[in-house]
Design a binder for this molecule. Structure first.
Ligand SMILES: C[S@@+](CC[C@H](N)C(=O)[O-])C[C@H]1O[C@@H](n2cnc3c(N)ncnc32)[C@H](O)[C@@H]1O
Length: 177
């Protein structure tokens, strides 16, 4: 078994150095957390930080995020999907490489439990607009507010953007029946 306790699962896609996940998992021992990351060095940091903090409710997976959501998450098994500062691929010809594309809402919806939530953050306004258009149009999602306790937990990239005076954007969508 991946976790010692069966409890609600939250997943961060593209978790980077995992500062957010380590801090958040430390605050919420009543939930399990999985970080999905394709770079081995970043995943090693997650493992090391989690071990140093004595966290048994945090694990990392080295895989492509969309593949992981589509093929490895049991349908309806996830309470929260966190997607923070995914690579924006700013050139139009690269947009199909974005994680949030037409294929993403249905696979996110399938993975989320009813009442579960997809949390999004980015500094890239055009990508944010694309996310909103896709999620607003997707059946089975409704926009909700990000709870203040979660919004106040910054990721590595978010901290860096804020230090440079770059505005960041956020949205959240709850899975409804
Ligand atoms: C801009 S960083 C953001 C990291 C972190 N979420 C944060 O806010 O500090 C994007 C991260 O996503 C990872 N990543 C990008 N595309 C991915 C994919 N398709 N599957 C898994 N990880 C991915 C990158 O390796 C990188 O660590």
């Amino acid at each position: 078994m991946l976790f010692p306790r069966v409890q609600p699962l939250e997943v961060e896609l593209g978790c980077g150095d995992a500062s957010f996940l380590v801090a958040y998992a430390g605050l919420h021992s009543e939930r399990n957390f999985l970080g999905v990351e394709r770079l081995l060095g970043r995943l090693r940091k997650l493992e090391r930080k989690g071990r140093c903090a004595g966290l048994t409710n945090l694990r990392g997976v080295r895989l492509e995020a969309a593949y992981f959501v589509k093929y490895l998450l049991r349908p309806g098994s996830v309470q929260a999907l966190h997607l923070y500062f995914p690579d924006p691929w700013p050139k139009r010809r690269h947009w199909r490489r974005r994680l949030v594309n037409e294929a993403f809402p249905p696979i996110a919806r399938a993975a989320l439990a009813l009442g579960g939530t997809l949390y999004l953050r980015t500094d890239d306004a055009p990508y944010f607009a694309q996310m909103q258009v896709l999620l607003d149009a997707a059946p089975g999602f409704q926009p909700v507010e990000t709870p203040a306790e979660l919004a106040g937990r910054l990721t590595d990239f978010e901290r860096e953007f804020q230090a440079r005076g770059i505005a960041t954007l956020r949205a959240a969508y709850q899975r409804v029946g």
